[in-house]
Design a protein around this ligand. Structure first.
Ligand code: BGC
Length: 763
């Protein structure tokens, strides 16, 4: 019998149940078990726990000879690999787990990691889209369902949620995040972590989550993928770190570092970030995983001489697990033997890996994560697809609705022209980072509309323009199909004879995501050109924007009478869009990012620091020496938090209960929201603050609360927020949070630009 089996029997006697019902390091039972296993391990086995390999063959078939696959199998069997990624499916993970558990000396089970970013097989909206819902319950539900599908497929560790704040639409990975605001992103990240992990990692369908990428990857210069990062201490603590801190406080099991450098040191080798802040100040007791190959890339950064040096600086800086660099695997043993790296560093890293394995219940039952029958039952189940549609419709943002073109009146006989290649696209709505989604499996807009429109609407379609062609997955540059305009004629003639045009434009799914930076974030191809021609023959045009990043298209925003931002919405995209178009769901989403007017404004965001020469309405308008552009406005196309509804909401009677309070007091602020339009609807009421005079300075506005309410037409509700010391504070250069007395603006509104203000003095 294996040593481990004897050991677990002894430990079982102590009381296994209490070990499962608490957190990680705080759980004494888990710590005892970790210590006992660690004592049994030799150096090779310890190093093995820190090695994360991608699967190189199909684990349901025979192991091919003489290549990486067969040596990989040998390594699993000898305990030289602690975790795998991209080995997915109940059978595959079972087979791999069996090699580890039955063949290795101690039988330590493997972790199986995978990028489950917005769904496993049932696709939910891309994370940026989902964030536009500001709906924490639905966001949690989406992660919960993704976790369930993942768990029954044998995978127990997702490399999500990504919580990199980004202010740059040129960066393709903004689609994976929660937008530009640290408060909103913190709430959303916690909802996602809780969705994946539930309140206890040992629960049946819980999987370990990963807060990534630590830290500041979203601030890569010029939005160019893998570029260097330049960021202030101030921005680090107040903008970048809060979502990570919130995730750690919520018990996230792992953190992934980043490809980028930070203050001149690659994040993977950054002791300040990983040891001092994350594991030190914040007390994070889970594991830190490197990004793919990021340990070896330290050499490319010019920070390490060779792979041994890279392994040493990374481990010492707190990177516990090496994903695909072969640095720990090939270097650590001799580094420790030679005394170059202390055994303490190694033991600390191994402990963290074992801790997660215990917390997930893998030592109790290494096979608890895969179940072929449940795969059949849960993957793409009706319940999951229904939930995906619910989340998707809440993620849509109504940007414009002149003359109330929307919703479409399905009671009236009307001829609807649907124009645009993306309308029939069953693949792009799945978004990038799509895990096990089946290509071309989304409900297209056209299908959704036809299915839901009823008998009065006659729907005709013309693709109009061409979009992408070639290898969309791996091509360095996504190629855009040459468009000779052959589809224009039919599209224009269809528009001419229709009552209403739905013009679908945007981006292919693979235009955003990792490695998909663009200098130009306007729409590719001839989509805008055709829209102009369509508008010449029919003024009743609703633009439907399907994209993975904020798109800069001022002409479209200013000239299309109605615009719906639908992002990439997942498996049920077409049905969700139809729900909104037909008024079965009144749109409620609000932008989690600022949409610029011009690429030259980037970075543009709502929570900026005020300069010494801001706009002054009393000044001569021709005066040149104030902070502005001579050829463009300062303001964005659409501000953070913006989004319309088919109904309208008024904000009245804002009242702060007291205008002066002590530092530790609380005060309530109230406002009455009235639905004074013609539809029932939901509104996201936003609370912003400004610390008016502060050292260091504070931004002109900071989101510090929101409340999503539902109001019947004609109904009013008094919405209240409680303001405490915590609501008003900020992080100093030392990374400590504090609130200082002084004057604060308390602002409530429907978006970051449309607010009412009251003054509050803290004594
Ligand atoms: C990405 C990570 C991802 C990893 C594993 C990397 O290229 O940056 O976010 O988790 O690959 O697939």
């Amino acid at each position: 019998m294996k040593i481990l089996k004897i050991l677990s029997l002894i430990i079982l006697l102590v009381n296994i149940k209490s070990a499962r019902s608490q957190g990680l390091a705080t759980n004494r039972m888990i710590e005892q078990k970790v210590d006992s296993v660690l004592k049994l391990m030799n150096l090779d086995e310890k190093v093995g726990q820190l090695v994360l390999h991608t699967g190189f063959w199909e684990f349901t078939g025979p192991i091919p000879d003489g290549n990486r696959a067969s040596s990989e199998a040998d390594k699993i069997k000898s305990g030289k690999i602690g975790s795998m990624l991209n080995v997915v499916g109940a059978m595959s993970t079972y087979n791999a787990q069996k090699m580890a558990v039955e063949n290795s000396r101690l039988g330590i089970p493997l972790l199986f990691g995978y990028d489950v970013i917005h769904g496993f097989k049932t696709m939910f909206p891309i994370p940026l889209a989902e964030s536009a819902s500001w709906d924490l319950d639905y966001i949690r539900l989406s992660a919960e369902i993704a976790a369930k599908e993942t768990a029954v497929s044998g995978v127990n560790w997702t490399f999500a949620p990504m919580m990199d704040i980004s202010r740059d639409p040129r960066w393709g990975r903004g689609m994976e995040g929660a937008g530009e605001d640290p408060y909103l992103a913190s709430k959303i990240s916690v909802a996602r972590v809780k969705g994946f992990q539930s309140d206890n990692l040992a629960n049946r369908f819980s999987i370990a989550a990963t807060a990534k990428h630590f830290a500041a990857y979203g601030f890569i210069e010029a939005g160019r993928e893998y570029n260097t990062v330049e960021i202030s201490n101030h921005t680090l603590h107040n903008i970048v770190l809060p979502p990570f801190k919130a995730a750690v406080d919520a018990g996230v099991a792992s953190v992934m570092n980043s490809f980028s450098d930070f203050w001149g040191i690659p994040a993977t080798a950054n002791s300040y970030l990983q040891r001092d802040l994350l594991k030190g100040k914040w007390g994070f007791d889970g594991l830190v995983v490197s990004d793919w190959g990021s340990i070896a890339e330290i050499m490319e950064h010019g920070y390490a001489e060779d792979l041994a040096d890279a392994a040493k600086v990374s481990l010492e800086a707190g990177s516990d697990v090496d994903m695909e660099s072969a640095a720990y695997e090939t270097q650590l043993k001799s580094l420790v033997e030679k005394g170059v790296v202390s055994m303490d560093f190694l033991d600390d890293a191994v402990r963290r890996v074992l801790r997660i394995k215990f917390a997930l219940g893998l030592f109790d039952d290494p096979y608890r994560y895969g179940n072929a029958e449940e795969e059949q039952k849960f993957l793409l189940s009706d319940v999951h697809l229904k939930a995906s549609r619910e989340v998707a419709k809440r993620s849509i943002v109504l940007l414009k609705n002149e003359s109330n073109l929307l919703p479409i009146n399905a009671e009236k006989k009307q001829k609807i022209a649907v124009i645009g290649k993306l309308a029939e696209d069953k693949d792009s709505p799945l978004g990038n980072w799509r895990a096990k989604a089946v290509s071309n499996s989304a409900v297209s807009l056209l299908e959704g509309l036809k299915e839901n429109a009823g008998s009065n609407l006659t729907i005709n379609y013309e693709k109009g323009y061409e979009l992408t062609s070639g290898d969309r997955i791996f091509s360095v540059n996504l190629t855009f199909a040459a468009d000779d305009g052959a589809g224009f004629k039919n599209a224009i003639s269809l528009a001419k004879k229709s009552d209403l045009v739905l013009y679908v434009m945007g981006e292919d799914a693979l235009q955003s995501g990792e490695g998909r930076s663009q200098v130009d974030v306007s729409l590719k191809g001839r989509q805008v050109e055709l829209l102009k021609k369509v508008l010449e023959v029919n003024k009743n045009v609703i633009v439907i924007l399907m994209n993975g990043r904020p798109v800069i298209e001022p002409w479209v925003y200013e000239n299309a009478p109605a615009i719906l931002e639908v992002w990439h919405l997942g498996s049920q995209a077409g049905n969700a869009i139809a729900d909104v178009l037909l008024g079965k769901y009144n749109p409620s989403g609000k932008l989690p990012v600022t949409i610029p007017r011009h690429a030259g404004q980037i970075p543009i965001y709502y929570n900026y620091l005020q300069n010494g020469r801001p706009f002054d309405k009393n000044r001569d308008p021709k005066f040149v020496f104030w902070s502005h552009y001579n050829d463009e406005k300062n303001s964005p196309q659409y501000p953070f938090g913006y989004g319309l509804s088919y109904t309208s909401f008024s904000y009245t009677d804002m009242k702060l209960e007291k205008d002066t309070i002590g530092l530790s007091d609380t005060v309530k602020v109230h406002v009455t929201i009235t639905n004074n339009g013609n539809y029932d609807g939901e509104e996201i009421v936003q609370l912003f603050i400004r610390d008016v005079v502060a050292k260091p300075m504070r931004p002109v506005k900071e989101l510090r609360g929101f409340n999503k309410i539902s109001l019947k037409k004609g109904q009013s509700e008094r919405v209240s927020f409680e303001i405490t010391e915590k609501t008003l504070g900020s992080y100093g250069f030392d990374g400590n949070y504090s609130t200082k007395p002084g004057l604060f603006y308390i602002m409530i509104g429907s978006n970051s630009e449309d607010v009412q203000l009251k003054e509050l003095t803290i004594k």
